[in-house]
Write a protein that binds this ligand. Structure first.
Ligand SMILES: Cc1cc2nc3c(=O)[nH]c(=O)nc-3n(C[C@H](O)[C@H](O)[C@H](O)COP(=O)(O)O)c2cc1C
Length: 344
């Protein structure tokens, strides 16, 4: 019943266990949840499946204490898995009722989701679902073309109603300021051997069997050379070259940037951010666009306020994306098997 990680990216609708009890259907849906993005592809989630509900736990063994000391991005990643699960549930006509942080005594219990029969999915819900398996983090250069206004508005609307807001940055001056902050963030992070060690430890070869972490491919090398990439990242301060490359990519290969921010800065807001993030990413994917992350000035507290001021955000910046169109084909990243993430 449990598929391998590769199957999850290409499994078909017909595999849905239509005639089986709800619990079996929910186990199937967890497969889509695991296709969500996560920091360093750490997949810091666990799922418990009951007869009509799923609980989502933070798997803090998979935390990234150097880059993410508060587990903020960890909670965002779990929120992205929850958001993906909600989109998948709708595709099969299920209604998902989500309660965040339901157990005050257990901060790892991020969500309790009850499922019941709902109305059939509409075209928009089907479009979002179809984007789950097509979504990739794409770190290549994007075409410098104006993004359609309708799409910009749709991404703002898709997060509305939650405590999360999306702001677009297209203005040249603001882009330059943000590019400077990202470059400063790269330099601070790569200057820290602990940051390099942590990042390097998550660069892993999928060909050599890894089911989590990032392939060296994401850093422009063949997958099989991932161990070399890990060594280089761990050993050398690449801050200057990474900063210069990021700055160039923002200014000459990113038609727009987007900041996702939240009113508060607590675990619930982080999970909400993840749910919103995934709706934005799936909306972009459905329209043939792609995105990648520039979170450095958010990860470094001293730069976070500067970023908020530069882009006119009143809340707390949580995620910074570059958005555009690319014709580069990106391989799907690896995922752990369902048996490893379903705890009951
Ligand atoms: C909260 C969060 C933070 C992330 N931060 C970064 C980042 O700073 N730089 C980056 O290149 N990718 C970042 N990513 C993207 C992940 O590396 C990516 O999701 C993961 O490797 C899986 O690949 P996929 O998104 O193509 O499925 C982040 C993703 C999430 C959800």
């Amino acid at each position: 019943m449990y598929g391998t990680a590769e199957n999850l990216w290409s499994r078909s609708l017909e595999d849905f266990p239509l005639t089986e009890p709800l619990e079996q259907k929910l186990r199937f849906l967890v497969g889509y949840a695991t296709l969500a993005p996560s920091g360093h592809n750490s997949q810091p989630w666990q799922f418990g499946v009951g007869s009509d509900d799923i609980f989502v736990l933070a798997d803090r063994i998979r935390a990234l204490p150097v880059v993410d000391p508060q587990d903020r991005e960890l909670a965002i990643s779990c929120g992205a898995a929850i958001g993906t699960l909600e989109v998948a549930a709708r595709r099969f006509g299920l209604k998902a009722s989500v309660v965040l942080l339901p157990d005050g005594g257990n901060p790892d219990h991020l969500a309790q989701i009850a499922f019941s029969d709902g109305v059939p999915p509409d075209d928009h819900e089907i479009e979002l679902f179809d984007a789950i398996q097509a979504r990739r983090t794409n770190r290549t250069a994007y075409f410098m073309e104006q993004l359609p206004n309708e799409l910009l508005s749709e991404c703002i609307d898709v997060v509305a109603g939650s405590s999360v807001t999306l702001n677009w940055i297209e203005d040249n001056d603001a882009m330059e300021t943000v590019a400077g902050l990202v470059a400063e963030g790269d330099q601070i992070q790569f200057d820290d051997p602990a940051f390099r060690r942590e990042l390097g430890s998550w660069v892993r070869s999928s060909v050599l069997g890894s089911r989590d972490g990032m392939s060296g491919k994401g850093f422009g090398m063949p997958d099989i050379l991932s161990p070399v990439g890990r060594f280089v990242i761990r050993t050398f301060d690449l801050g200057d070259s990474v900063a210069a490359a990021d700055q160039k990519k923002i200014l000459s290969a990113s038609p727009a940037l987007a900041v996702i921010s939240s009113t508060n800065d607590d675990p619930e807001s982080w999970v909400e951010t993840g749910r919103a993030l995934v709706r934005v990413l799936l909306t972009l994917t459905a329209k043939g666009l792609t995105a990648s992350y520039l979170n450095q000035p958010i990860e470094i507290e001293a730069l976070r306020q500067k970023l908020a001021e530069a882009v006119g955000v009143t809340g707390h910046p949580q995620i910074l994306l570059r958005v555009g169109r690319s014709t580069d084909e990106i391989d799907p990243s690896v995922r752990r098997e369902l048996a490893d993430v379903i705890v009951m």
